[in-house]
Design a protein around this ligand. Sequence first.
Ligand code: FAD
Length: 544
Amino acid sequence: MKRIIISDQTDERNSDYLKDFSQLLGTADEIVICHSSDDVIQILDECSEKNIKMTIQGAMTGICGGAVPDGGCVVNMSEMNGITGMAYYDADNEFHIKVQPGLTLKELNDGILSRSMNTALWSSTDAEAYDKFCSSTKKYFPPDPTETLASIGGMVACDASGACSFKYGSTRKFVEGIKIVTLQSGCASEQCDDQTRVRAKEVHIKRGQYKYEDINNIFGNTSGLLPGLNHKNSELKDVAGIYYDNEMDLIDLFIGCEGLFGVITEIELKLTEAPEIKMGLMLFLGKNHKIVELVNWLRNEIVPLPISTVRLKPVAIEYFDKNTLDTLNRFRDSKRDIGVLPEIDDIHQGGIYLEFHLDDEELLEDLMTQIFDSLSYFGINQEEQWLALEPSDFERLKKFRHAVPECVNILIADQKAIEPEINKVGTDMAVPGIYLKDVLNMYQNDITDRNLKAIIFGHIGDNHLHVNLIPEDLGTLKSSLDLVMSWADQIIAWRGTVTAEHGIGKQKKELFKRMMSQHDLDSMDLLKKIIEPRGLINQGTLLD
Ligand SMILES: Cc1cc2nc3c(=O)[nH]c(=O)nc-3n(C[C@H](O)[C@H](O)[C@H](O)COP(=O)(O)OP(=O)(O)OC[C@H]3O[C@@H](n4cnc5c(N)ncnc54)[C@H](O)[C@@H]3O)c2cc1C
């Protein structure tokens, strides 16, 4: 392990460990960069003995400050980043890949695609599975939260999703096993001997191995009290709070809990069959477009339309409003990633990106014909579309999508240079499908009424849009913050969520408390106490 003692909080050399993409700036007394499970166990034991709080970090690409430390010790996992093995399951003809938490999504995808993994330290069974993998058809790990520098540990902790989660689901669906180091219950006092003191311990949990109630045995919960209600609306894309349910597999408790229970030290991920053909299509909206009808048509929902049902469900349906397109145009000369694409014509009122995965050329042609025949009905401009079929086309479109939040950050940084108190005010809320039109109208009307600057984009297929409000002074900062609270209240009333993919972290606790009942909050507190009774790990993230 590598240890850095921080004596000067303003020392720029440590700043990467004190901030993520939330713009929160933290403080820490020490940064510990772990290289093995033993390192993690050692540092957790040490912190427990000295009663020091800890903040777990992956790649620091989080958007809500979950990994930003608030004093104490940073447990950074970014250098524990190997691919440690592979398994093959004959019955399902399925490959699983075993990785350390600091591996980035890019490194994982490169490894899967290039099939050039270093197996020197793997067991013979894992190396055999790898040989089989190398001669099998192409495989694929679908979760893609746009930022490919995110770590797999962070993605599991946040249950990250992204554009293609519309079809494939979030990270949770691909997690088959985890190892997690927790500080387990016992006597915390200095007087206790080694047998009884709270000690760090690594637990290995595989999907299908334990049920929820096995918490009692594994974590020594002698009280028998275990929260039993699930607060989730299963039809909604939602990562707000800890996911628990009487019926669930125990592994699901640790996915999306934002690191509240311990440090994930290994992950086993299921791979799926890669599609033969990928087709990406960027369409541009005309003045009288019917975006919500288009989305419903693509989802095969409530469509008594004068056109036939779409022949294949897309894997991604993404939306960009007019301000997003205008902003991208504005940054064309200064941001190379945007400059690789054509300039967007000013007549377009927004854009919609669709992606399809298929195995059959004929179906592709058929699908294209059907979509192009429907463009005029949905009010889509017919003169311009961007089509992606080759990996290089997808790479360019990916850069374009990644550039959107980056441009927002530049706009905010410009405002911040004038008024340091200014911060981005971004939302991550989702609603049930029946409220998609209402939520779009609500955002657009409120932004216009208050004369605010905003960029709206995101995962419209999941009824999940990110509104980025860009305050220009302290007055507009306040009205932006007030607006988000009023949107949250309405969205909660519609049984939506205040966070569909970014999590709560340290920044969205106020919204979280509005969404959860006191019973939900007490249940999550109780779970935290059962599994990590000292409350030293990720203190202040998600729960108070
Ligand atoms: C440009 C951009 C676009 C993005 N788009 C999306 C998107 O479309 N969808 C989406 O879901 N997210 C998106 N994100 C957010 C982000 O990439 C994800 O939340 C990611 O999962 C965080 O991974 P990380 O390694 O950076 O975690 P960090 O930011 O380091 O940590 C996030 C949380 O996970 C915990 N954690 C990290 N590692 C571990 C571990 N080993 N064990 C236990 N807990 C751990 C931390 O304590 C913290 O609470 C985007 C981010 C950026 C910058």
